[in-house]
Design a protein around this ligand. Sequence first.
Ligand code: SF4
Length: 401
Amino acid sequence: MARRKSGPGIDAQPDTGPDFDPEWCERIRGKLVEWYETAHRDLPWRASRDPYRILVSETMLVQTTVTAVVPFFERFITRFPTIRDLANADEADVLKAWEGLGYYRRARQLHAAGQAIVRDHGGVIPDDPDALRALPGVGRYIAGAILSFAFNIPAPILEANTQRVMARWLAWPDDIKSTRSQARLWEAATRVVPTRDPATFNQAFMELGALVCIPRNPMCLTCPVATECRARELGLQDRLPVATPKAAPLEMSEAAIVVVENGRVLMLRRKPGVLWEGFWEFPTVHRDGPDPARRLIDGCVSTEATLEATMGLSLQVGPVVSSLNYVVTKHKVRMDVHFAIKDSGDLKPGPGHVEARWVDRDEFEQLTRSSATRRAVAALLKAGVLTSEGEWGVLAPRKSR
Ligand code: SF4
C-alpha cells in the first residue's frame, strides 16, 4: 500500500507497525493479561460465558457506557432469562424492558436475532462467524465478542475503546472512522489476539481502554503497556486518535400537549417506519426543524389549529408549564410542555400515528413511551404540576393568549 503524510505530522504506514513483530504481540498480551488479573471490574455479564448474556450485554453496550448498562442488563435478563423467552416475547414488551436505554433499533434487532436463533439454530447461539454475522444487529464486533468471550475462539474485537487503544499503540495518524483506518486497525486486532485464552485478552484490551487509555488525558504513567506504545514514544498520546469532528446538531423546537379529560390523558402511538416507531407520546406540534413532515401543517398558524387539523379535536391549550432540552439523532430539541383541555371534536390519530387513546395513570405507566415523553413527565413532576400518585390535570389549564 502507498505511504502518505497524514494526521499529526507523521506518516501513515499501513504495511509496517509494531503488530508485525510477533515478540511485540507476545509482550502486549502478557502485560495486559497480568494487569487485568488484578485491575478488572466485576461486571454482571462477566460472571458467566453464556453467549446469550454476552449477546444482550454487548448489544446494550453499543454507544452506551458500562455504568448506564448494568441496571438495564440485570432487569432485562430477569425479564427474559433465555433466548427463547426473548424470542417468544412481544416486541412491545422487549421495548418496554429497554425503555430508557435509548437507540431502540438495537432492542428490535436483538429481538429479531433471538427469533432467528430459535428459528434457524434450534435456540442455540452459533459459534460460527458467518452464522453470527447473519443475525440482525450482529456486526463484526459483537460476533467477535461472542466468539472470544463465550467460545474462546481467537476472534478480534474492535469497538470504541479498543480502536482508540490500537490507534495509539500503532500511532495511527488517519481519521479513525475512515475505511482505510478501520481495515488497518482490524488487521492489527486480528494479529494481536492470542490463540490461548483470547477471552481474557480481549476483556483486558477493552478494560485498558475503559480505565487507563481513556479518550482525554490517557494515564500513560500507570499504563501496563506504556513501554510498548508508539504514541507515547512519540509523545502523541493526547493527539491520537484522529477523529473528524461531528457536525453541530440541528436545532428544533416543539410543543408537547398534555391533553386531559376526566382524569385521563391523551396518548398517540407512532406509526411504523418513523423514529420511535410504536412508541407512545403526547400530541406534539413540531414548530420548526429540517423535517418537512414534522412541521406545522400548512396554513395552521397556532398550536390549537394544528392539533384540530391533525387530530379532529378542538382544544384549549394553556401556557408553558415546563421546558426541557434533549438530543435525538442529529437534532437538538427544545420542548415546551403545555396542559390542555378538550373543547369538542372526535378523536382520530393524526399523520405519523396509528392509534390514539385516553389513558389513566396505571395504563400510562404500562405504555412504552418515547424518551421525550418520559422527560416531559419528569419535568412536570419536578415542577410540581403533576403528582406521582394523583390524577392527571392537577393544574387547570388556562386559555392561551
Ligand atoms: S501508554 Fe498511554 S496512550 Fe499508550 S496505551 Fe498506555 S495509556 Fe494509552
